[in-house]
Design a protein around this ligand. Structure first.
Ligand SMILES: Cc1cc2nc3c(=O)[nH]c(=O)nc-3n(C[C@H](O)[C@H](O)[C@H](O)COP(=O)(O)OP(=O)(O)OC[C@H]3O[C@@H](n4cnc5c(N)ncnc54)[C@H](O)[C@@H]3O)c2cc1C
Length: 361
């Protein structure tokens, strides 16, 4: 069988892209070398907001805003298709860094965004400085549930899913993609190829002698339980945050480490995250650490993802480089690429995310 599209990479971006394209009637095979949803997407916090909205690349900001606008509808349909509740909740976001709360305040006023300057704090044990502000309209989602729901939805849409399938070759003839070969020797043919391999994208692109300048940036996070304390909103302090979950657990994130493909947790990071948390909840006896994990974010130094055609290959496309915002930006990125592939007008020009500066190697 020959598919319309092969998608390589089954994270939030690959699965959302496949779902969007399948919904438009195309046949798809999605391939991952491990189980779907086991990359960065699974370990993400699930905050549906930029951390520094006043400072965001303008194109990335537009993509984030488009996603935010449509997230409720995306989730509503996904939950209906999959029968999985993905814990999409409006928990609000407190910004407690003094400089950042001032900058966010100005940005919110200029952009007509709701904000609260007097924050109710029922627990004196939680240190929320008086200059903190709350953005009440910010949502969060639970990424592992989102990934399960996407997986179910793809099954329902008859997308062929190849898990634990390593790709040994990408066959190109006259600058046109023809097929991929799996380690098993099986060949899978398609009219088009889409690469959504997250932090590993450049390793894959090497097979076709190209680069997109994507590099991995490790993030580590803790999951803790609080004793007799409740946090109701996400609390953000520069790059660190607390995310309260519905089950009472709280995520403590996250580090930013340029350590290549070393995807493992470290004691140093655990201590750093805990020390930061003690600046908010000083009583260590109130905090029980339950879990500690790490993931590799797909980072790109242009400050926005790369979406669109890979120059020199008429039928190879890319959707990656979402760095700290892949969960947030997945629906709009998938829509933008699908609109381009199906020649529909979209909410913005895909060329804003083009691989114009791509390197040949
Ligand atoms: C600690 C942490 C916290 C985060 N918090 C947030 C947050 O709160 N909000 C937010 O929006 N974003 C957050 N992010 C960022 C977000 O997780 C990423 O932007 C997003 O998951 C990227 O999705 P992806 O599908 O591109 O990559 P991935 O989820 O990594 O998926 C890539 C997939 O490609 C597969 N693959 C790679 N190479 C090959 C190959 N050769 N053959 C076959 N398959 C291959 C991998 O196995 C993997 O499954 C966070 C990230 C981390 C690490």
């Amino acid at each position: 069988m020959k598919y319309d599209y092969i998608v390589i990479g089954g994270g939030v971006i690959g699965m959302t892209t496949s779902r969007e394209i399948a919904a438009r009637g195309a046949s798809i095979a999605i391939i991952d070398r491990q189980n779907f949803g086991n990359g960065a997407s699974k370990v993400a916090g699930g905050i549906l907001s930029s951390m520094r909205p006043w400072d965001e690349n303008i194109d990335s900001h537009k993509l984030s805003e488009e996603s935010k606008k449509n997230y409720s509808e995306f989730i509503f349909k996904l939950q209906e298709e999959s029968g999985i509740n993905v814990e999409f909740i409006k928990s609000g976001l407190i910004i407690m860094n003094e400089e950042h709360s001032e900058k966010t305040k100005k940005w919110a006023i200029n952009n007509d965004i709701k904000l609260t300057q007097e924050i109710d704090n029922n627990y004196p044990e939680i240190n929320i400085p008086s200059y903190s502000i709350l953005l009440p309209e910010i949502y969060q989602i639970r990424p592992p549930l989102l990934l399960n729901a996407l997986h179910k939805s793809l099954q329902k849409k008859s997308v062929d899913m190849f898990e634990n399938s390593n790709i040994s070759n990408i066959e190109i003839i006259d600058n046109k993609f023809r097929c991929i070969t799996l380690d098993s020797g099986e060949k899978i043919y398609a009219d088009n190829l889409i690469i959504t391999a997250g932090a590993w994208t450049d390793l894959l692109l090497k097979k076709i002698k190209t680069s997109a300048n994507i590099k991995p940036i490790r993030g580590q996070m803790l999951c803790v339980k609080l004793k007799n304390l409740t946090i109701n909103s996400i609390i953000l302090d520069e790059g660190n945050y607390l995310i309260p979950r519905l089950d009472g657990h709280v995520l403590v994130g996250s580090t930013m480490e340029d350590v290549g493909f070393m995807n493992k947790t470290t004691q140093i990071a655990k201590d750093e995250l805990l020390n930061w948390m003690y600046s908010i909840i000083a009583d260590k006896k109130k905090i029980d650490v339950l879990d500690h994990w790490s993931g590799l974010r797909p980072a790109v130094d242009i400050g926005k993802p790369v979406i669109g055609n890979i120059p020199d290959f008429e039928n190879i496309f890319i959707n990656t480089g979402h760095f700290r915002k892949g969960i947030l930006q997945a629906p709009a990125s998938a829509q933008l690429l699908a609109d381009y592939l199906f020649k529909n007008t979209s909410f913005m020009d895909i060329d804003r995310f083009s691989l114009g500066t791509i390197e040949k190697i």
